[in-house]
Write a protein that binds this ligand. Structure first.
Ligand SMILES: [Zn+2]
Length: 300
């Protein structure tokens, strides 16, 4: 998990561009949505300023309840659901603003490709922010499906805001391994053992719970461990346990620098690399591979 980069203000330019890009007529009739949205340009600019101020002062949960209902709300939502080149352009800007190494990974979970946009403040409750750049966060479909309209409980936010919350650089995600034969069965948990600010850690806890992250990590683990074993064995020729362990820890550091110290992959790989049992398993497999290759050479 790492911070994402928010776009720079002014944000109402994107709204205006999306409105201007809409067709003037639909099926020969005046496009009512475009007319409504045009009439709202000034007030939307004010809404966006308020959002930006509250975003900066971490008081988003005090956003006043939206007053848009009926057709006005429908038209505001159409700014997003109606698509169009200008909206695609905004989404592309948001994606391109992110560090290259994070563009392929949903930061909400660290598992999947971020193919959707989350409306941090839900567009159903706040249609005026349906195309507000600060409110659009790249995320994967599964996270988006778990989050839905949730983002806060009364006066505290419950989803990490990757544009503004300082993502801790100390570990809060941990795993324990229980062995069944050669299979490691992981149990992930989070714990504030690194003095993370209490309010922030409470958001992290709610974020993990709402998005079912601990069980999703467990579900991913079997494939990850199998792939790790296959990749280590096929790339290594030295069965020396210390060398294997060092290489794995080196790989952990690489994942941490790319995806953060709380990447579930880094956490799991570090736990595996610290298990003598796992290192012995790899060492045996590598030694067997080297032996087989030697036999093959002798036959030639
Ligand atoms: Zn995700």
């Amino acid at each position: 998990m790492k911070n994402l980069n928010p776009l720079d203000a002014p944000f109402n330019h994107y709204f205006n561009r999306i409105v201007d890009g809409k067709n003037n007529t639909v099926k020969g009739k005046q496009n009512a949505a475009k007319k409504t949205l045009e009439s709202l340009k000034n007030i939307i600019a004010q809404h966006y300023t308020l959002y930006t101020d509250k975003f900066k002062s971490d008081t988003l949960f005090t956003l006043p309840t939206s007053t848009y209902g009926g057709q006005q709300k429908e038209h505001l939502l159409q700014a997003y659901t109606g698509g169009g080149e200008a909206l695609d352009g905004l989404k592309a800007f948001i994606k391109a603003a992110q560090p290259t190494r994070l563009q392929g990974t949903c930061q909400y979970c660290g598992i999947s490709i971020p193919k959707t946009m989350d409306h941090y403040v839900p567009k159903e409750d706040f249609p005026e922010f349906a195309v507000m750049a600060l409110n659009l966060v790249p995320c994967c479909g599964e996270c988006n499906g778990h989050k839905l309209a949730y983002w806060k409980d009364s006066n505290t936010r419950g989803i990490i805001n990757f544009y503004r919350d300082p993502i801790p650089n100390v570990r809060f995600l941990f795993v324990t391994l229980v062995w069944s034969g050669n299979f490691a069965i992981p149990t992930f948990f989070i714990e504030n053992s690194g003095n993370i600010d209490g309010t922030l850690f409470s958001i992290i806890e709610k974020h993990f719970s709402r998005l079912h992250l601990l069980s999703r990590y467990k579900d991913q683990s079997n494939d990850f461990i199998t792939d790790t074993i296959d990749s280590v064995v096929s790339n290594a020729d030295n069965p020396d346990p210390q060398t294997i362990s060092n290489n794995l820890h080196g790989h952990v550091s690489k994942i941490e620098s790319r995806l953060g110290v709380n990447s579930w992959k880094a956490v799991l790989l570090q736990a595996l690399a610290s298990e003598a049992r796992f290192i012995t398993l790899l060492s045996t497999k590598i030694a067997r591979k080297v032996d087989v290759n030697k036999d093959g050479d002798e036959d030639d």
